[in-house]
Design a protein around this ligand. Structure first.
Ligand code: ADP
Ligand code: MN
Ligand code: MN
Ligand code: MN
Ligand code: MN
Length: 366
């Protein structure tokens, strides 16, 4: 087995340069989703002004033939700034710019799920849809093997690792802590973090976020995670079933509420009404819940390892083997939110939040 070491450089030396004053120039790193619908790309340009809103920023472009998004003969893809965040990597006045992408004819690229999501969120804005997304992921060593796992075997069976503490229970906490702080610095609505059931698997949550900002903050949090892990020479996998066998997969549980669901007295009924609508279009949702129309999730939603079968729809209070879980506290208080446990870890949150709102708020079936 060949093992290539990451091209490590000395981060202490890097800081000597990052500490130098930058004059009246500002770095803006444009970030976008590539043609895999799962990974992000970025490139940086210099501004001579401090941007306060995405509207202040120029439209830019890139070579879509190098990101699985265009033919070489007609390769320019437009970058349209949609949200800005303080840049935790270069600090100061520098920014990260989340963009959606448009083809030469100004039509959205196939990877641009944000445009229609934003339109749907606008239509449903009276109902104030909130989302909290639990992003599970796995840290891999540079050779593609889960971080901290024995190179020629497996760690002990699942049990001690979930929310674990100790050098033999969790692997890669430095990455998690650095990412958590980077999210806070960037102003992402990060809700928390925890170690997961499979060793080297972790979770962070974003939310509750209103409408389109759920997808925006989750995509930028993913960018920060890949970028922080890069600094540590560690690789992030969003694969929903990275290890076959008796190991948990990774999801992106999507917690959802409307104003009605959050209202005491009527909330639980609104939640039950939404669940009934969701049950009628189970397979349409499964199609939107991973980048491969359900194929990735088929490896994960087996009915084992705290999942429901991909073929069945089910709902229950406090039941982690269901498609939809009503948290116990929500059932007791009579209002709150529901948890859709079906989305895969590598889902596009724009696709997921769009179809949830179409089904439950707008009664639109695609
Ligand atoms: P779990 O118990 O399933 O592990 P977590 O604590 O990991 O749940 O995540 C719960 C998520 O639900 C958080 O992202 C939180 O922001 C979100 N959340 C809390 N209240 C609401 C609500 N009313 N509507 C939507 N999301 C919510
Ligand atoms: Mn060039
Ligand atoms: Mn969780
Ligand atoms: Mn989890
Ligand atoms: Mn959950």
């Amino acid at each position: 087995m060949s093992r290539t070491a990451p091209a490590e450089t000395n981060k202490a030396v890097l800081h000597r340069y990052l500490d130098l004053p930058q004059g009246k120039s500002y770095g803006a790193t444009y970030v976008w989703i590539d043609g895999t619908d799962e990974f992000v790309r970025c490139k940086t340009r210099t501004l001579d002004f401090e941007a306060k809103s995405p509207k202040d920023l120029p439209v830019w472009n890139y070579d879509g033939s190098s990101t699985y998004q265009a033919e070489g003969s007609n390769s320019d893809v437009y970058l349209q700034p949609v949200a800005i965040y303080p840049d935790p990597f270069t600090g100061g006045p520098n920014i990260l710019v989340l963009c959606d992408t448009y083809k030469y004819n100004k039509k959205p690229t196939e990877s641009n799920k944000r445009k229609t999501c934003n339109e749907v969120m606008e239509k449903a804005k009276d109902q104030e849809p909130w989302f909290g997304i639990e992003q599970e992921y796995t840290l891999l060593d540079y050779d593609g093997h889960p971080l901290g796992w024995p190179k020629n075997g497996f760690p002990g069976p699942q049990g001690p690792y979930y929310c674990g503490v100790g050098a033999n229970k969790v692997f890669g906490r430095d990455v998690v802590e650095a990412h958590y702080r980077a999210c806070m610095y960037a102003g992402i609505k990060i809700a928390g973090t925890n170690a997961e059931v499979m060793p080297a698997q972790w979770e962070f949550q974003v939310g509750p976020c209103l409408g389109i900002s759920a997808g925006d903050d989750l995509w930028m949090a993913r960018y920060l995670l890949h970028r922080v892990a890069e600094d540590f020479g560690v690789v992030v996998s969003l694969d929903p079933k990275p290890m076959i066998g008796d190991w948990n997969g990774a999801g992106a549980h999507t917690n959802f509420s409307t104003k009605a669901m959050r209202t005491p007295g009527i909330g639980l009924q609104a939640i039950e009404d939404a669940i009934e609508k969701l049950g009628k279009v189970h397979m349409d949702h499964i199609h939107e819940y991973d980048p491969k129309g359900g194929k990735d999730n088929a490896r994960r939603l087996t009915g084992r390892h705290e999942t429901s079968s991909i073929n069945d729809f089910s709902a229950g209070v406090a039941n982690r083997g269901c498609s939809i879980r009503i948290p116990r506290q929500v059932a007791e208080e009579g209002y709150g939110y529901l948890e859709d446990r079906r989305p895969a870890s590598n889902c596009d949150p724009y696709s997921v939040t769009e179809i949830i709102v179409r089904t439950t708020c707008l009664d639109q079936v695609i």
